[in-house]
Design a protein around this ligand. Structure first.
Ligand code: GLU
Length: 304
């Protein structure tokens, strides 16, 4: 399949309609990005690579890193993890407090902010040096040993993280946070600040296309059953309160971030990343969603 040609054709067809949306502005550092950026990268399980546009430029992966911290926590903690966080779609925005009060401090799922903060708390309890250990984990997965946190982004997140501070305090009041709040939040903000290229990110997520074993290094990240479950969670909870729309129109498990990135995987086939910073009202990349809808339609590669 000549994916390069297809990428260009799909891009042309979307460009004609003019891309809508707004760059995330609630964190000042995020609002500085050039809205015209657009990149795509697809990695097959046989390590064939196809790309388009700004696919080699780093961008802030933001909430996409929540899947990676969940992977690490799940591989360490096992099924006990689900005592502290649920697996249901939230149907509310990523930083909503509403359901958390109702559910007595147990987040609906690990991919919304409250859930990801609980995952950070677990990693802070279990890892010797959480920030360094997590970095080591994603460096190995991506094959890029220079990956790092973006300190400017961390500062910006910290200065404007009012809702996240509210979430962690509410969960602490329900005894669902074990560690010092500042330590947990510092780790959380660092996770959000990671920058990767489309190529690095699609390579990083390849282990979820092949039942938890990285098809390039043959390293077992976690079991087949855990991999299946993470894919199920991405399918149901990976797109804020638009996960149904993504399943309906694209039909792949995936995760988006407010930096405009979307990663989606097709089990036993490929991992694909699309990056376009203009977001729709639900916080997902406007062009990224459109592009993937056209891509899975033209290649008939939805999982359904
Ligand atoms: N840095 C973001 C926050 O916690 C994560 C946003 C996202 O990509 O969903 O506010």
């Amino acid at each position: 399949m000549d994916y390069n040609k297809l990428f260009s054709e799909i891009n042309n067809s979307i460009a004609k309609n003019k891309t809508k949306g707004k760059v995330a502005s609630y964190i000042p550092e995020l609002s500085k990005i050039n809205p015209a950026k657009f990149g795509v990268h697809l990695t097959t399980i046989n390590n064939k690579n196809f790309s388009f546009g700004d696919s080699n430029e780093k961008f802030s992966i933001q909430s996409i890193s929540k899947v990676l911290s969940l992977t690490l926590a799940y591989s360490i903690e096992g099924e006990k993890l689900w005592n502290r966080v649920g697996v249901e779609p939230s149907g509310t925005p990523f930083n909503s407090l509403v359901l958390l009060e109702h559910n007595k401090g147990i987040p609906r799922n690990p991919l919304i902010n409250s859930g990801a903060i609980v995952i950070c708390d677990i990693l802070v309890s279990k890892l010797k040096n959480p920030k360094q250990d997590f970095l080591k984990f994603i460096r190995e997965l991506s094959g890029n040993y220079k990956l790092n946190y973006c300190l400017k982004m961390v500062e910006s997140e910290k200065n404007y993280g009012f809702r996240n501070v509210a979430l962690v305090n509410l969960m602490k009041s329900f005894n669902n946070i074990e560690n010092d709040i500042d330590v947990v939040m510092d780790f959380y903000y660092n996770l959000c600040s990671i920058e990767m290229t489309c190529q690095e990110l699609s390579r990083t997520f390849l282990f979820l296309t092949t039942d938890g074993t990285d098809p390039i290094s043959n390293k077992i990240i976690f079991s087949e059953s855990k991999s299946k479950r993470i894919n199920a969670i991405m399918q149901l909870c990976g797109f804020y309160d638009e996960a149904g729309e993504f399943a309906f129109k694209v039909g792949l498990p995936g995760k988006s971030g407010v930096g405009g990135g979307i990663v989606a995987i097709h089990p036993n086939k490929y991992s694909i990343v699309v990056w376009s910073p203009l977001l729709n009202k639900k916080g997902n990349s406007y062009k990224g969603m459109k592009f993937l809808e056209k891509f899975t339609s033209k290649t008939q590669s939805s999982i359904f």
